[in-house]
Design a protein around this ligand. Structure first.
Ligand code: MN
Length: 273
């Protein structure tokens, strides 16, 4: 990456943004530029500020995590003023959004979502929605990933639209620890029935991956990973348990992958200070 990119990385805690009215907000997602959740997030963002920019993938990118396109050219297609599609991943969108499209002035806030389906527990590692927020966080930009749990037939975007504006304002106004993004999930309930907002750690599900093994007409096997849903592996406070009670979950996620317990254990094992 270029030196300019490295220089823009912020390591220190930052104060909150008290007033989003003047904020430059970059909106992205992993479900693609035509996704209904992106339209919902755009309505949310436009209620917060006038300086709203959309840079989203041309195609569905769910599950691509923090994928970066390195071996083919990337194209930016402008669809309208302040609205762009990129034929790449959510990470590509944030990189090109921040360093190409908005190279004159970086966004103050990146909003990613609203994802079709929750991103709870181990989903956080697979999610392109969360990865877009991680990419912004690498450059010291505050970022919030938002997802909507869908248990029933239809997504309740109206719930996200009712709750997100106030929640985004409160989260943005809070002091923002270094290297931290905020992962939000809205429950599959009408807004009036939502059981509050809970700040919780990410949980882990009991079961592993569901693999659907099938046979093609030539007799060869093929596989689908099924949506895996399940109960939290551990009881107590976590996002899986909280959303099951009908609450909105708010989980701060760090992009520092160092295991601090591992540092201690390996320094002792390898006899280094
Ligand atoms: Mn998605």
């Amino acid at each position: 990456m270029a030196g300019q990119v490295a220089a823009s990385r912020a390591a220190a805690d930052r104060p909150g943004i008290g007033d989003l009215g003047e904020a430059r907000i970059l909106v992205t997602n992993d479900d693609g530029i035509t996704a209904p959740g992106l339209a919902a997030l755009l309505r949310i963002a436009r209620g917060l500020s006038r300086d709203i920019w959309v840079v989203a993938p041309e195609t569905q990118q769910s599950g691509v995590s923090h994928g970066l396109t390195l071996r083919r050219p990337l194209r930016i297609r402008q669809l309208a003023p302040k609205r762009f599609a990129v034929d790449g991943t959510p990470t590509d969108c944030v990189l090109l959004g921040v360093h190409e499209i908005l190279s004159d002035r970086a966004p103050d806030l990146v909003l990613s979502g609203v994802n079709w389906g929750a991103n709870l527990g181990e989903d956080i590692g697979y999610s392109g929605t969360v990865a877009a927020a991680s990419e912004a966080t690498l450059f010291g930009i505050r970022a919030i990933a938002m997802s909507l749990d869908i248990v029933g037939e239809r997504p309740r975007w109206a719930t996200a639209e009712a709750i997100a504006p106030g929640l985004i304002q409160r989260v943005a106004a809070a002091p923002w620890p270094a290297d931290t993004l905020v992962n939000v999930n809205f429950p599959d309930r009408i807004a009036e029935d939502v059981a509050g907002i809970r700040v919780v750690a990410a949980g882990r599900r009991k079961q592993g991956v569901g693999i659907d093994r099938r046979t093609d007409p030539a007799g060869q096997p093929y596989f689908w990973f099924k949506d895996w849903t399940g109960d939290p592996r551990e009881a107590g406070e976590n996002d899986l348990a909280a959303i099951a009670t009908g609450a909105v979950t708010v989980t701060p996620v760090t992009i520092d992958r160092t295991s601090h317990a591992g540092l201690v254990a390996l320094r002792a094992a390898l006899d280094t200070p």
